[in-house]
Design a protein around this ligand. Sequence first.
Ligand SMILES: NC(=O)c1ccc[n+]([C@@H]2O[C@H](COP(=O)([O-])OP(=O)(O)OC[C@H]3O[C@@H](n4cnc5c(N)ncnc54)[C@H](O)[C@@H]3O)[C@@H](O)[C@H]2O)c1
Length: 326
Amino acid sequence: MSTTKNILITGGAGFLGPMLAARLLKEGSYNITLTDLQAPPQPAGVPSTSNLSLVAADLTSPADISRLISLQTAWHAVFIFHGIMSVGCEENPALSTKVNLNATQALLAAISSLSQKPRVVYASTQAVYGPPYTATGPITDDTPATPVGVYGTHKLIMEAHINDMNRRGLLDAFAVRLPTVTVRPGAPSRSAAAFLSGILREPLAGLECVIPIQDRSARQVICSPRVMIENFVRVMNAPSDAMPSHIRAIYMPGISVTLGEMYEAFEEVCGKDKLKLLRTERDEEAERLLNSWPQTAEFGNAKRLGLVFDESCAQIYREYADSVKA
Ligand SMILES: NC(=O)c1ccc[n+]([C@@H]2O[C@H](COP(=O)([O-])OP(=O)(O)OC[C@H]3O[C@@H](n4cnc5c(N)ncnc54)[C@H](O)[C@@H]3O)[C@@H](O)[C@H]2O)c1
């Protein structure tokens, strides 16, 4: 009998899905299905292998969900990464309802009907936090979630649904609240946090990046893709009883960095002359969303679960710069 474990990753043509697939495939004991609206391209650095399937499925279609789930007789884990990002949700709440709520709920219902329950890792966001708590001190495990955007609100609704399904034994799930993962390669995302990647990515490519906030003391919580992928794997392997059955959300490790520290790290990695490619142009809507997100946090649950942390903004930027050179 095969000991290969089947893993399903939605949002498989996005930023994090292909990186997770590449990491799991290196271990050799996983069979990965990456799925997105169109069949995802082969992830970077992954040779063609029979342990990887690239599947087109629109998760707003119940027929597509059934087809996807029945591709394997048993799933070891399902990573739920598909979705509409923050600016997209604010501009089109109906689309967020369709994709981030209804499609995710339908996928969870399909998973709950399986006789063998896979570990579900649902990608939520730190945007579930909001004022006044984000401005009054570090986020702790007891901080209430008070989102101020459609994106964070819809993620929080799904978290509550997952808590309840997990409590009722219908799922074996964790919801992971991601800080901003940076540096994201490729085109800017439809997120208020897009400049947190653009600040390094665009100048390294000889392009200008527009910074939508002016205040150099403004803080954001960020993490590298490498750390996020490692922590996804750790959450996949965490014991179910690591958290109470009705409290499944974990704020994933990030480091708190000011805009001024980002400029310093930028200069260290790219040199002073590239600073001219950073132009400030205030965007009040982006600023409103960014200022409503966490600025510092304690990460108690993450530390208890043995999750890993980045060292510094400069280390995160160096890793990206090295990957571009490679
Ligand atoms: N990247 C970050 O910094 C960050 C931060 C917080 C939370 N998250 C969450 O983590 C998850 C993964 O992030 P990412 O940056 O890889 O996302 P991404 O935006 O790069 O990818 C999302 C993917 O979902 C797909 N999708 C949209 N509608 C779909 C549908 N109807 N059916 C199937 N697929 C559909 C899109 O085509 C896209 O490829 C997301 O859910 C995101 O909300 C990410």
